[in-house]
Design a protein around this ligand. Structure first.
Ligand SMILES: C[S@@+](CC[C@H](N)C(=O)[O-])C[C@H]1O[C@@H](n2cnc3c(N)ncnc32)[C@H](O)[C@@H]1O
Ligand SMILES: [Zn+2]
Length: 360
C-alpha cells in the first residue's frame, strides 16, 4: 500500500499494498469467518446503514437492519451462493489475503508506518476528524484501520467480499483495540449501506476485479454524500500497458521476467512477498483495465466533478483541493507519461481518481 515501507508498492504512488504477508490467521481456506454469533463479547460497533451504535445483538434498533455476525464481522453474504466469478475471486484472496499486516502487529506500529507514507498522510489530513468513511474492497483493512486509529472520532466502515481477509482485519482490530472500525463482508454489488451517506468513499484496486467494473463504480459512487469525495483506484489502460506486455511475455517464457518487474527486482523483499506479487499481478483470475477518459465520463454522468488523479503523487495542500481539469491534450500527455513509466512503476498501472459529488 502506498506507505507500506516494507511492501513492494510504497509511498510514492497510490498502490494497493503489495503482497500480503500472511499471518497464521491468513493461511488457507480454513481462515474463513467463524460461526455466526461466535463472538458476542466484542463491541458491537455501529450500524453500517444508519450509524447507530449497536449495543446489542441484531437487528439495529434504529433502522431495523438485520445482520449476522461471524466472529467480529457483520456478514451480509452469509452462506448464500456467490456469482461464479465473485466466488473465484474470494477463493483467490482466501489463499492470499491482501495486503496483510506482516510484522506490523499493533496499532502503534501501523500508525508509525502509515505516517511515513506521503499518500496516507495526505489522505488522513484531508478527511475530517469526525467523518464517516467507507473503504469498499478493504481487503485486510490496513488503510481503514489506519484512518480509524488516526481519527478516533471517525466512523470507518471496511467492506470486503472475502471472509478470510476480514478475519485477518478483525484479528488486528481486536489486538489493537480499535472500536471505531466496523467490518462487513458484503459484495460490492449489494452493499448494505444507505445511498449518499459517506463523506469519504474509498475503493482502491477493487472494481477492476469484478465482473462488471462500470456497475461496480456505480455502486461505489452511490455511497458518496452530496459534496463528499470519492477516491477510486483502478488499473488504467495506458498505465497498465507495460505490465500487460510483461505478463504476456511471462506466459511465453513460462515465468515472470525478473528484470522487467521493479517489484521482483527488489532485493529487500523475501520470496513469500514476491510469490504473492506474482499471484496478484500475473495469475489473478479476474482483471479488467479501464481507460481514464471513460471513467471520468461515467463519474461526470453520476454527478461528480474532477478533483485530481494520482500519480502525480506530490502536491501542496490536501488531496481534496481541486486542481484544474485537464484538457483532452493534457489528459493524453498524462496517460502517455504513465505508459512510459511502466518499467519502473511499482504499482503496475494502478491510478487513483479523486472526484467530488455535486450538491443535490
Ligand atoms: C487488490 S485487493 C485491494 C485491497 C485494498 N483495497 C488495498 O488497497 O490494499 C482487492 C480486494 O477487493 C475485494 N473484492 C473483489 N471483488 C469483490 C466484490 N465483488 N465484492 C466485494 N469485494 C471484492 C477482494 O476480496 C480484495 O480484498
Ligand atoms: Zn441501523
Amino acid at each position: 500500500m502506498a506507505g507500506d515501507s516494507d511492501a513492494p508498492r510504497d509511498a510514492q504512488t497510490p498502490g494497493t499494498g503489495g503482497p500480503s504477508e500472511p499471518s497464521d490467521l491468513n493461511q488457507g481456506r480454513s481462515s474463513k469467518l467463524g460461526e455466526a454469533g461466535a463472538d458476542t463479547q466484542r463491541a458491537h460497533g455501529f450500524c453500517p446503514r444508519c450509524f447507530t451504535n449497536l449495543e446489542q445483538s441484531p437487528p439495529c434498533p434504529e433502522c431495523g437492519f438485520k445482520f449476522e455476525r461471524r466472529a467480529g464481522v457483520i456478514d451480509h453474504i452469509g452462506t448464500s451462493d456467490r456469482e461464479k466469478r465473485a466466488a473465484e475471486v474470494e477463493d483467490f484472496y482466501t489463499k492470499s489475503p491482501f495486503p496483510g499486516y506482516g510484522e506490523v502487529n499493533n496499532g502503534a506500529a501501523l500508525l508509525d508506518r502509515s505516517r511515513r507514507a506521503p499518500f496516507l498522510v495526505s489522505l488522513d489530513a484531508s478527511i475530517a476528524p469526525d467523518a464517516e468513511v467507507i473503504d469498499i474492497g478493504c481487503g485486510t483493512a490496513q488503510l481503514a484501520a489506519f484512518l480509524a486509529l488516526s481519527g478516533p472520532r471517525r466512523r470507518v466502515l471496511g467492506i470486503d467480499g472475502c471472509g478470510a481477509s476480514l478475519a485477518c482485519a478483525d484479528e488486528f482490530r481486536n489486538r489493537s483495540g480499535i472500536s471505531n472500525l466496523q467490518l462487513v463482508r458484503s459484495d460490492i454489488f449489494d452493499l448494505p449501506v444507505a445511498a449518499g451517506t459517506f463523506q469519504t468513499v474509498i475503493s482502491r484496486g477493487v472494481v477492476h476485479h469484478t465482473p462488471d467494473p462500470q456497475r461496480a463504480i456505480e455502486c461505489v459512487a452511490q455511497c458518496v454524500a452530496p459534496n463528499g469525495y470519492l477516491i477510486l483506484g483502478f488499473y488504467e489502460t495506458r498505465a497498465r500497458l507495460f505490465h500487460c506486455m510483461r505478463r504476456a511475455l511471462s506466459k511465453l517464457t513460462g515465468k515472470p521476467i525478473r528484470m522487467l518487474d521493479p517489484v521482483l527486482r527488489r532485493k529487500d523483499l523475501d520470496t513469500e512477498k514476491k510469490r504473492i506479487w506474482i499471484e496478484d499481478q500475473y495469475l489473478h483470475p479476474l482483471e479488467h483495465i479501464l481507460p481514464l477518459p471513460g471513467v471520468l465520463k461515467q463519474l461526470r454522468a453520476l454527478g461528480f466533478d474532477w478533483v485530481r488523479t494520482l500519480p502525480p503523487a506530490s502536491f501542496g495542500g490536501t488531496l481534496f483541493d481541486a486542481t484544474p481539469e485537464p484538457s483532452a491534450g493534457a489528459l493524453f500527455s498524462l496517460r502517455a507519461g504513465w505508459a512510459m513509466a511502466g518499467l519502473t512503476d511499482p504499482d503496475a498501472g494502478l491510478v487513483l481518481v479523486v472526484a467530488r459529488k455535486r450538491p443535490n
